[in-house]
Design a protein around this ligand. Structure first.
Ligand code: C2O
Ligand code: CU
Length: 627
């Protein structure tokens, strides 16, 4: 079974185990009273209790099997179950099987009959708490609490089952001490998890991010101005959508330059209620141009401006977007396409943005409104076509091309060499780009993404049906032409999860990295020139398109299967998947890295890469919200 299926099954089982032990324990307590109603009644009640205990034992065995199977996919998936949840549950469950069941079958409701099923019920309830709030790595500090709770519950139950008189004073005092301890412990953890109103993430070091800027004295400079402002945009159907825009458009004006030119973009803000920045997604800009509020600059306020400048040395398909409260502001429209041409483009070569506006997935070409239906373009047969498709949404989209064989010529801006695809489809991660290339045939071609699509037509012929072919594995599709290094200078593991965690001191359902939420996730420390290996593990039920700023990563393997290899800047780690990627530390700075499902990023799945010796004067505060 796949890790994803095991994770989903285990989530059901953990509840089933708790409910079944709860019922068994409750039934035992009620049945005990039947003893007074005569032998027949007691036997009948005991029979039912025994059946419930047996059921709970079966569920428990199922959970044990599930944990063993999960451990087979990697220790990250099983650790807290194997080290905490099961060690609490298995001993009382085993005792319930060996000691309680035979007694129960003899119709006895003595303390030894009851104590083990009841303790199992406490342990199973603790198992739910562990599943909700504890991931990988398991914190020994936190583990103490469920362990103590189960032990305390067992002792209290034993004392109640065996006492003859009223509960003693010593017992009341002990109860109060345990309760106070638990309260103080949770209060203390909340206190520890609160954040200062202004937090600098990189305050030591001799190289300041404000010194890591683009060239001020370049000769071939392309100048643009983008003004962020709210506007109502029109979709192709005529439907109006309230949006946040650059220059009144969304996608914003396409920026297209020649490789080697210096790009200078003046960002102005007319946004009344929020800041704005420009982040160059996938582009290896100097760190000071990366547009991350609180790390590389302060968010630009209404009436303010910021000038970005960098050399466009990297050809390919990229995009820009705001990084201040990006989950809302980017999704509301503050993004645009950025293309760098190595040579004069030929034929029909255009960025194509996939974005959901007002609930409708749209396809936007460079100079047309987003099409909330089919976008259409007429091309003469033989025209070379390059569609630079960018997914600017939070969720992955599945791309297909029907009517012509095609190739994916670039992934996340960088060229790949891969085979020709016929009716096959490819899933594009949130934030990612694929360049789809083919030669225009003498019949129509349909590029489809879910219900949306782009129809290229020579003017005659009926549109083909959207492709429904098999999905390719992009990590095995084509080679980016780089060999992985033989050894790494450092290794990091990012275990992605959905847990209840303290965000701003309040326990909330969050998206976590190694059990922590931003900005408490430990940064990945790197030194310039090093090769770093990252093992990225998804313990949750949703894909996590991970995106490190300022670098591409070389994908080495996915679920243990060697990749082509291929360079990516947004790689979609599916539920239960394990990716190994390599990063070459060649761009000093303080770089954000996060899930590009931006709701997840906002709920904690964000961290940063900190180069040794780099300092940032900026702070996370009421004004800067990069997540
Ligand atoms: Cu598309 Cu942090 O970025
Ligand atoms: Cu995510």
């Amino acid at each position: 079974m796949s890790a994803a299926a095991l994770i989903a099954l285990d989530r059901i089982l953990v509840i089933l185990v708790a409910v079944s032990w709860g019922f068994a324990g409750g039934h035992l307590l009620v049945s005990r009273r039947a003893v007074g109603e005569g032998r027949g009644a007691a036997r009948r009640a005991a029979g039912w209790s025994a059946a419930l205990v047996a059921l709970a034992l079966v569920a428990t065995a199922g959970r044990l099997a599930m944990t063993v199977a999960l451990a087979g996919h990697g220790w990250w998936f099983a650790a807290e179950k194997a080290l905490l949840a099961l060690p609490l549950l298995l001993p009382p469950a085993l005792a319930a099987a060996v000691l309680s069941l035979p007694r129960l079958l003899r119709g006895s409701f003595g303390p030894l009959t009851l104590i083990f099923p009841l303790t199992s019920a406490y342990a199973a309830a603790a198992g739910v708490v562990v599943a909700l709030g504890m991931g990988y790595p398991l914190s020994p500090y936190l583990s103490v609490v469920p362990a103590l709770a189960v032990l305390g519950g067992a002792l209290a139950t034993w004392s109640m089952l065996t006492r003859t008189g009223p509960p003693g004073r010593a017992w009341r005092v002990a109860g109060a001490v345990v309760a106070l301890f638990a309260l103080a412990w949770s209060g203390l953890s909340m206190w520890n998890a609160r954040l200062p109103s202004s937090l600098r993430l990189a305050s030591a070091g001799s190289l300041d991010v404000t010194a890591l800027r683009g060239p001020a004295d370049a000769t071939r400079v392309r100048r643009f101005t983008l003004t962020a402002r709210p506007a109502v945009i029109r979709l192709a159907s005529g439907r109006g959508v309230e949006a946040l825009t650059f220059d009144g458009r969304s996608p914003g004006p396409p920026l297209r330059v020649r490789q080697g030119e210096t790009v200078e973009v003046r960002l102005r803000s007319l946004l009344p209620d929020r800041g704005v920045t420009l982040h160059w997604h996938g582009y290896h800009v100097p760190n000071g141009e990366d547009g991350v509020p609180g790390l590389t600059q302060n968010a630009v306020r209404e009436g303010g401006e910021f000038v970005y400048r960098f050399r466009a040395d990297q050809p390919g398909s990229y995009w820009y977007h705001t990084h201040e409260t990006p989950n809302r502001a980017l999704q509301a429209g503050l993004f645009g396409m950025f293309t760098v041409d190595p040579v004069t483009p030929e034929g029909f070569d255009e960025p194509v943005a996939l974005h959901t506006f007002g609930g409708a997935l749209t396809v936007a070409l460079a100079d047309a409104p987003p099409a909330d239906g089919l976008a259409t373009k007429t091309l003469s047969p033989g025209t070379p076509v390059r569609l630079r498709v960018a997914n600017t949404d939070n969720a992955p989209h599945t791309l297909g091309v029907s009517g012509v064989p095609y190739r994916i010529a670039a992934v996340d801006g960088l060229p790949v060499t891969g085979r020709t695809l016929r009716d096959e489809r490819a899933r594009l991660a949130a934030g990612g780009r694929y360049d789809l290339v083919f030669s225009m045939p003498s019949r129509p071609v349909l590029m489809s993404a879910g219900a949306a699509g782009l129809l290229l037509t020579p003017g005659v012929g009926a549109a083909p049906a959207p492709s429904a072919g098999p999905l390719i594995d992009i990590t095995r599709y084509g080679s980016g032409g780089t060999e992985a290094p033989q050894r790494f200078d450092r290794s990091y593991t990012w275990v992605l999860d959905r847990l209840i965690a303290l965000r701003g001191g309040v326990p909330r359902l969050s998206h976590t990295v190694n059990g922590q939420v931003w900005p408490r996730v430990a940064p990945a420390l790197v030194k310039e020139g090093e090769w770093i290996r990252f093992t990225v593990v998804n313990r949750g039920g949703e894909p996590h398109p991970m995106h490190p700023h300022g670098h591409h990563v070389l994908v080495l393997s996915r679920d243990g299967v060697k990749a082509a290899p291929i360079w990516m800047d947004s790689f979609d780690v599916g539920p239960g998947e394990v990716w190994e990627v390599a990063l070459r530390a060649g761009n000093p700075g303080v770089w954000l890295a996060h899930c590009h499902e931006l709701t997840h990023a906002a709920e904690g799945m964000t961290l940063h890469l900190a180069y040794d010796g780099v300092r940032s004067p900026f702070a996370l505060d009421g004004h800067n919200h990069p997540e």
